[in-house]
Design a protein around this ligand. Structure first.
Ligand SMILES: O=C[C@H](O)COP(=O)(O)O
Length: 256
């Protein structure tokens, strides 16, 4: 079965509620340009999820950027998977490099989050990627394979098949530098073979793999045209509705 492309924005710690409302209003004016052949999502700060739930065009789903992997309890400041699922959240990021480096999240914690997201009926977006020194010392494949196998440990084949994996080289995030489409494709292909080996061929074929790292309207087509890349996880260029729509159009053009 063909994999549905996915364009996912990650707003990180940007946008007040008023700014999120303005984005949703503007995107709503262009909802016809989004079409139905591509899945869309915005991973917003928790404070903006409500306004997005009310105002985003129907084909754009809500995502969260983080979650704590317990149902409830004395975890001051945290949000549970149950709370996000009840709220209508469809996707949750896990293992973004900013969480790994700034907040010390280990592969084990990322795996707890991934399993908790699945248990709550949402789709995990497992983020993986090497940093610059790992790239320069030829460790990309080992780092990414390790993050993938540890991130999905304990998931059923069906859960892996429904999951999303975002390959984001850390050196490409917010830097204006991207991996070449060919290098990103090589890593995406490797991720599928790791999943085929550790889970099964059906999950490897079905899991959606995104590229992330300085994706913009003028470079997204090169990534989406790769056979093993199914979309993009976009930070900076997802903050403007006009740029989100331009990326959606570029995906449409690349797939036509
Ligand atoms: O989650 C998104 C990535 O960190 C990419 O961010 P960026 O598009 O601003 O480079």
């Amino acid at each position: 079965m063909a994999r549905t492309p996915l364009l996912m924005g990650n707003w990180k710690m940007y946008k007040t509620v008023a700014e999120a409302r303005a984005f949703a209003e503007e995107l709503g004016q262009h909802s016809q340009a989004l079409g139905t052949a591509v899945d869309y999502a915005i991973c917003a700060p928790f404070t903006s999820l409500h306004v997005l739930r009310v105002m985003l065009p129907a084909q754009v789903k809500m995502g969260a950027q983080n979650v704590y992997p317990e149902k409830e309890g004395a975890f001051t400041g945290e949000i549970s998977p149950l709370m996000l699922a009840e709220f209508g959240t469809q996707y949750v990021l896990a293992g973004h490099s900013e969480r790994r480096t700034l907040f010390g999240e280990s592969d084990q914690m990322v795996n707890h989050k991934v399993r908790a997201i699945v248990d709550a009926g949402m789709i995990p977006v497992l983020c993986v990627g090497e940093n610059l020194s790992q790239k320069e010392s030829g460790q990309t494949q080992a780092i990414v394979s390790g993050q993938v196998t540890q991130g999905i440990a304990g998931l059923s084949s069906d859960a892996v098949a429904r999951a999303v994996i975002a390959y984001e080289p850390v050196w490409a995030i917010g830097s204006g530098k991207t991996a070449t489409a060919e290098d990103a494709e090589t890593v995406a292909r490797e991720i599928r073979s790791v999943i085929a080996e550790h889970v099964d061929a059906a999950a490897a074929n079905a899991v959606r793999i995104l590229y992330g790292g300085s994706v913009k309207p003028d470079n997204i087509a090169g990534f989406i045209q790769q056979p093993n890349i199914d979309g993009a996880l976009v930070g900076g260029a997802s903050l403007k509705a006009s740029s989100f729509v331009e990326m959606a159009s570029a995906i449409g053009g690349a797939l036509a």
